[in-house]
Ligand binder design. Structure first.
Ligand code: NAG
Ligand code: NAG
Ligand code: NAG
Length: 278
């Protein structure tokens, strides 16, 4: 049997969740408030059994008990239940990507990218000399973001940001010129060590700020200092169009995410927070 990685999510039964679906913008909104279980054992491995007595969200009828569960993966989810008790992790998944648009079926590095016009984004931050965008990446390594001036930037220069390539160790900024036959030239602008930045189990969510003078800063949610930055003042390239690619690992991107300062105080977050604590 093909080895698969699954993530099981125990979902709270909560009427507010139905209300929240009206504003769903990506499929991960459905698992808000769930506990997350990763590093799932193989079929013949030792399973951790979660004691259902300790779950906060169990539906009851006088003839049954109801559990709501989510599975993320390509195939072969296996659920076993019985009367044994084992300890379990209390890790509550935090859905940082609420309200983002989701992009999967990400094209390969040498395929034609789909560039999204940032002028159509609902969520763009602006300062007097920069614009910023909130983006999420879920996957084990090698996020690739390209941005530039047009939707079909062949024979044009774009910026390519490699987020934790080289087996999730290093991030790089390049100036890239790509031709219609997909041949390309790269000029390296910056290399930085970023060990274990990406994860298959938790999205990396960050702000990408593009300054008019060619500076670019990537800053993780909840952090003040960029984890990656460079400046290319000779060739400032605006992020009028943004595209996403991958290398050897499947990725899911989240883009046009609500900017942090907006999302934290919104009505929807409040409702959902109450839901996950219920
Ligand atoms: C179970 O619930 C149903 C409907 O809620 C009720 O009609 C029935 O009498 C209940 N049965 C018992 C054994 O309590
Ligand atoms: C993309 O093309 C370059 C040059 O043609 C090649 O070296 C590289 O391995 C290709 N990458 C992928 C992921 O196919
Ligand atoms: C919470 C949120 O961002 N909701 C948006 C989902 O998408 C629709 C249509 O694009 C918007 O109208 C909502 O505001």
């Amino acid at each position: 049997m093909q080895s698969v990685t699954l993530i099981l999510l125990l979902i709270p039964l909560c009427s507010h969740l139905l209300h929240a679906q009206a504003v769903n913008n990506n499929s991960f909104d459905a698992i808000r408030g769930c506990k997350q279980y990763v590093h799932v054992a193989d079929y013949n491995g030792q399973l951790d059994y979660v004691s259902t007595n300790t779950l906060q969200n169990v539906g009851h009828t006088n003839k049954s008990r109801i559990f709501k569960i989510g599975i993320l993966g390509t195939n072969d989810g296996h659920i076993r239940f019985g009367d044994s008790r084992y300890p379990y992790g209390r890790d509550v998944i935090e859905i940082a990507i609420a309200g983002c648009l989701q992009y999967d079926h990400v094209p390969g590095y040498n395929e034609t990218l789909e560039y999204f016009p940032t002028s159509s984004f609902r969520n763009v931050g602006r300062t007097h000399n920069s614009r910023y965008y909130r983006i999420g990446i879920l996957g084990s390594n090698d996020g690739h973001i390209r941005f530039g001036r047009s939707a079909y930037p062949f024979d044009e220069t774009v910026i390519e940001l490699v987020i934790s390539g080289w087996s999730n160790t290093q991030s790089v900024a390049r100036r890239q010129t790509r031709r219609r036959d997909q041949s390309f030239n790269n000029v390296v602008l910056k290399e930085a060590s970023t060990p274990r930045l990406l994860s298959r189990y938790r999205p990396l969510v960050f702000r990408m700020e593009v300054f008019e003078n060619g500076r670019v800063q990537l800053t993780k949610d909840g952090e003040q200092r960029p984890f990656f930055e460079y400046s290319d003042s000779q060739h400032a390239i605006p992020a009028d169009y943004i595209g996403f690619s991958r290398w050897d690992a499947d990725l899911i991107y989240f883009y046009d995410c609500p900017l942090k300062e907006d999302s934290s105080g919104s009505v929807d977050s409040t409702v959902l927070l109450r839901c996950s604590l219920a």
